[in-house]
Design a protein around this ligand. Structure first.
Ligand code: PLP
Length: 415
């Protein structure tokens, strides 16, 4: 099955999906765990856990280095995972898929290498007002170093990008546009096709932060024609410590290496080092081998469930949650975009989000409270933070009902 298949009529059996996630049997304060903090990290299915165990019990070895059998097996599994991920996002070449530590690491890689080579004084980097700190700070650092300017696409009250302002900000001074596909705080799905098309009309490359996108919707880098895509394994049912940078071959070849060390070299003398070809040029040192292989299993898992079926189920779930939450007096949503995915943020009356979060926790419901690593966005809304319920394919409508019941209890206690 590939993610280009249209599987909208594929049956999605959430109860059987739930059986794959052992942690969902956990009790918190004696009650079944209701895990609604999936935008922070998702839980892992048995298939991923078994891959990790198999690697360490049967063929743990370093990659690309040994002629012995175990090293060959590890290398084959590591490279097979790269192929699976390339197919999942429909990259043209496997070597356009670089293993990193995660989204943050991927964005830093681009900021430091692309930025170091292509930014000069007076140039601009264009991001948006809803970016995660991981897609703000690396650009700030490189802009400061290069005397370049960081510009920000504003958003409106609903939490949508003001595209007329984007049009004005998009000038030939801009050397890269870096925006999130889906907002981790608001759930807004941005019009990335339009952004990419308009940027490309001026030959400006686009980096998409896909941390909150790849697990919720089909994503085809060739169809999007995006230049860079960053995402994290742990937010898509894979392990922590592993992530991906997709980059078009042309850019990756043009960019200098990021870190120096083993695997990224072709030949080293004290006088000069020549660099390895893609993807190894950007994979210095022993990589997270087990993490990469297990991320391959996570991709298999998503493909087997069907990314279209997951998307359809999560949309139904979010619409259900939205309606139920909207009926709670004094609850107000933060962000009300027409196109949303993954997360719902809200506040209840004047209750501080931490207080709501603590009471929900005592009722075995895990939600996120705070600024969600988007402090500038919270400042725009003049709030300290939000309560965020974020969903994965294993969440159910019954869990939403429990969330609503728990919020009503929190209201009775705090209001
Ligand atoms: N970008 C977005 C939109 C995110 O939601 C996150 C994590 O929450 C990140 C970047 C950073 O991801 P990581 O911590 O896995 O590098």
């Amino acid at each position: 099955m590939t993610n280009s298949d249209t599987i909208t009529d594929q049956v999605f059996d959430v109860e059987s999906i739930r059986k794959d996630f052992p942690i969902l049997q956990t009790k918190v304060y004696g009650k079944p765990l209701i895990y609604l903090d999936n935008a922070a990290t998702t839980q892992k299915p048995l298939q991923v856990l078994q891959t990790l165990e198999k690697y360490y019990t049967e063929y743990n070895s370093n990659v690309h280095r040994g002629v012995h059998l175990l090293s060959q097996q590890a290398t084959e599994a590591y490279e097979a995972a790269r192929k699976k991920i390339a197919a999942f996002i429909n990259a043209k070449h496997d070597h356009e898929v670089i293993f990193t530590k995660g989204t943050t690491n991927s964005i830093n890689l681009v900021a430091y290498t692309y930025g170091r080579k292509f930014l000069k004084e007076g140039d601009e980097v264009l991001i948006s007002a809803m970016e995660h700190h991981s897609n703000i700070v690396p650009w700030q650092i490189i802009c400061e170093e290069k005397n370049a300017v960081l510009k920000v696409i504003p958003i409106d009250e609903a939490g949508e990008l003001q595209m007329n302002e984007f049009d004005k900000l998009l000038t030939p001074k801009v050397k890269i546009v870096a925006v999130t596909y889906v907002s981790n705080s608001l759930g807004t799905v941005n019009p990335v096709r339009e952004i990419i098309a308009k940027a490309h009309a001026l030959n400006i490359p686009v980096l998409l932060d896909g941390a909150q996108a790849v697990q919720h919707m089909p994503l085809d880098v060739q169809e999007l024609d995006v230049d860079f895509l960053a995402f994290s394994g742990h937010k898509m049912y894979g392990p922590t410590g592993i992530g991906i940078l997709y980059g078009k071959e042309k850019w990756l070849n043009d960019m200098p290496p990021y870190e120096g060390g083993g695997d990224m070299i072709s030949h080293v003398t004290f006088a000069k080092t020549t660099y390895n070809e893609l993807p190894f040029k950007f994979e210095a040192g022993t990589p997270d081998i087990s993490g990469a292989i297990a991320l391959g299993s996570a991709v298999d898992y998503i493909q087997q469930a069907g990314i279209h079926a997951i998307q359809q189920w999560e949309e139904e779930l979010i619409a259900y949650a939205y309606d139920k939450l909207a009926a709670i007096p004094s609850l107000r949503f933060i962000g009300d975009a027409r196109h949303r995915a993954g997360a719902i943020s809200f506040l209840i009356g004047n209750i501080h989000p931490f207080d709501t979060g603590e009471i929900l926790d005592k009722q075995s419901i895990a939600v996120r409270t705070g600024h969600h690593c988007t402090q500038p966005l919270m400042e725009l809304f003049h709030i300290p933070g939000t309560v965020r319920a974020s969903f994965a394919c294993y969440n159910t409508k019954a869990e939403v009902d429990e969330l609503v019941r728990a919020i009503e209890k929190a209201k009775r206690m705090l209001e």
